[in-house]
Design a binder for this molecule. Structure first.
Ligand SMILES: *Cc1c(COP(=O)(O)O)cnc(C)c1O
Length: 235
């Protein structure tokens, strides 16, 4: 067994255990393997171990992997990094999902640039739930308006919400923030029947995220090992 295969098995067990503790079925939670800074060979190992959904943060690096692995139509590619306007076309043309939509202008660009032969791009609205230092994500008060704007765009499909809570070690405080996101998610579902995805939870807070109702955890380090940022020149 390779170490990535072993890690994936352990992460799947962590997800199943966290789900069991709160009476949820493990199939309700998708594992998104975050492969940023990792080589194609690492993604191939994960594919061999049954992983299908991958998350990338940097547009150019992500597009390289998507195109290199085009022989695997079963893969789902998620863009989860900050998105600049001048890179939106690459995301619209190569990815299946974008988790970081936080303004109308970028939603409109993704819509206009999404090739019509592809299905609509699945989008999540990024909410700034607890991180005062982050410039990414909208405040909860702005959510209804942006959701309405996105739902009017035919080449986008609003699937839910995403958040990157401020780092926090205490479980109860992690849970409190995750529960705020879960409440916003349920409220959104009342108005938009396609909404089924709450992208919440990373290596250090996935248990609290799952307890709150996350449907997608984004796990990098626990699957692929520590990242070496010196190897990438981007961003
Ligand atoms: C890097 C990253 C992750 C994965 O983080 P780990 O701590 O390595 O699990 C998840 N979500 C986003 C948005 C990221 O940028």
């Amino acid at each position: 067994m390779t170490s990535i295969e072993h890690n994936l098995q352990q992460v799947r067990e962590r997800i199943a255990a966290a789900a069991a503790r709160c009476g949820r079925a493990p199939e309700e939670i998708t594992l998104l393997a975050v492969s940023k800074t990792k080589p194609v060979s690492a993604v191939e190992e994960a594919i061999a171990a049954g992983q299908r959904a991958f998350g990338e943060n940097y547009v150019q690096e992500g597009v390289e992997k998507v195109t290199t692995l085009a022989a695997h139509p079963e893969l789902q590619w998620h863009f989860i990094g900050p998105l600049q306007s001048n890179k939106s076309r690459q995301v619209a043309e190569h990815f299946d999902w974008c988790h970081t939509v936080d303004r109308q202008r970028i939603a409109q660009r993704l819509n206009d640039q999404r090739p019509t032969h592809l299905p609509p791009l699945n989008v999540l609205i990024q909410v700034n739930i607890s991180d005062e230092n982050s410039k990414s994500g909208i405040m909860l008060e702005a959510l209804p308006t942006l959701a309405q704007e996105i739902s009017a765009l035919p080449q986008l499909r609003l699937r839910g919400l995403m958040a990157i809570p401020a780092p926090e070690q205490d479980y109860d405080r992690q849970l409190a923030v995750c529960l705020q996101m879960a409440a916003a998610f349920r409220a959104l579902q009342q108005n938009y029947p396609d909404v089924d995805t709450l992208s919440l939870g990373m290596s250090d807070d996935m248990e609290a995220a799952i307890a709150a109702g996350s449907t997608m955890v984004r796990i990098g380090t626990a699957v692929f090992g520590a990242r070496d940022y010196a190897r990438t020149s981007q961003q």
